[in-house]
Write a protein that binds this ligand. Sequence first.
Ligand code: GLC
Length: 564
Amino acid sequence: MPDTSEFPPGHARRRTTGPDWWRQAAVYQIYPRSFADANGDGVGDLRGALSRVEYLGTLGVDAVWLSPFYPSQLNDGGYDVDDYRDIDPVIGTLDDFDALVEALHERGIKVIVDIVPNHSSDRHEWFQEALEAGRGSDARDRYIFREGRGEGGELPPTDWLALFGGPAWTRVDDGQWYLHLFTSHQPDWNWDREDVREDFLRTLRFWGDRGVDGFRVDVAMGMAKDLSEPLPPWSQIAPGLAILKGSIFDDPFAEGAHPLFDRDEVHDIYAGWREVFDRYDPPLFGVAEAWVRPHRRVRYASPEGLGQAFNFDLLTAPWNAKAVRSIVQHNLDLAAQSGSSSTWVFSNHDVVRHATRLALPEGADPRRIPPLESAAVALGLQRATAATMLSFALPGSAYLYQGEELGLPEVTELPAEHWQDPMARLDDGIAITRDGCRVPLPWTSDGPSFGFGDHAPHLPQPEWFGSLSAHDQSTDAASTLSLYRSALQLRRQLQCEETAVWLDLGGDVLAFSRANGWTSITNFGTPPVALPPGRVLLSSLPLTPEGLLPGNSTVWLDASTTIR
Ligand code: GLC
């Protein structure tokens, strides 16, 4: 267990209050339908989350980000929103929401909600109105409707593909087609419309008035579109979108001029949002999910914009000190340019959990998980906790995903008949689905759903899930949960100004010190390495009997007396 008693008292500064609380926060993402189920229907709910506020407080997170809880037919895990200002009855009520916010705030935990502005669901009142009102109507203009090609308009307006596969246009009864960049149940909004803009401002105020502290902005690089005729073919559009798949090809469009994504005009929308944010005290903030070239994140993260942007670079980082250092340095530089702080993400509801990803051989496709030997599973967890501790020590915000504090690996054995993800598919016999990181959490080691609720959960848990339960881990000082708790508690006490100085310790080692001497050292290699002087505060694996740092682990030192 860490001993912080001797750390100089001046270091015990909390950054969770005041207008800048978010700059170095540890933010815990809750995927509500899979977190905790209070009413026993197999689906997580807000009352369930309320019953776990104590757990979150003990864990030591500064904020909670709630993935969508809005009424939804769940064609895309809730990112298909029927009504932006209500709660899905399966998840709870607005009263439940208020109770959750109040309880979190009482524990000093801020609340961030997900907002999905690129598209609604096809059950949204305005989309239903658009269908009824017919072609050429004002109601239809709130979305993106076009006539088809071919003699009878039987061909879609363009050959564009949706990001989840299939055509990006769907035909309605009267023959017109509407654009959807994701599933056909997620029609894209027309952000040229003043009433669409106004309605989103109203939504921001609605949640702001209910006490939320910020927003996670879904597909933040969408919304502004140039759909002037002639519309370009998919072959021209696709290269600029390749970044969504983790690669960048030569994009024929100039920066900021791609017809669908990351257009410069999107920032006019965020300037309007900022006006709303700044009317609150402290101001609200937003974190952009913007899949754009790294240097383009700067504008989304600026104080005139949303305030912060995710950097997903560590999701594809190879396991070596050099690569991680260059990603970290680059992002610290970008954060400095934007006037924001950096973000660090290893897991979320869209990617394979990092305990599993980091078990894969170098160069392997991170979405395709072959059956793993138990030695690889153990290695993955060692690397995951080492990576997490590294990110906790960096200047900026750490975004955690529910269950990673239990060391949960990806569930790869979900039977296909249970898949919910619209992207789910078999590729050469290997399941590719985001459902494997969305399986309901194991709270206890037994019971019908390992303490998630008292009914079979909406996504089946594997038998071994109970062995990773929060309950058992909370009393085991050597568990992943205990490590997270210690690390988060220390992180809060040690947090200081947003700078870091690299230390060169040779080998496959990444080491840096914060201004107060808080030093983090990660051994990416296998042979144990010697440590510089300093008192050990916490390590992700026990040091060797000789006091060396084992491979695939991170240690934090108090080097305040030796580094200065
Ligand atoms: C974001 C969400 C993802 C969703 C997509 C479409 O990327 O994180 O879960 O499928 O947007 O809304």
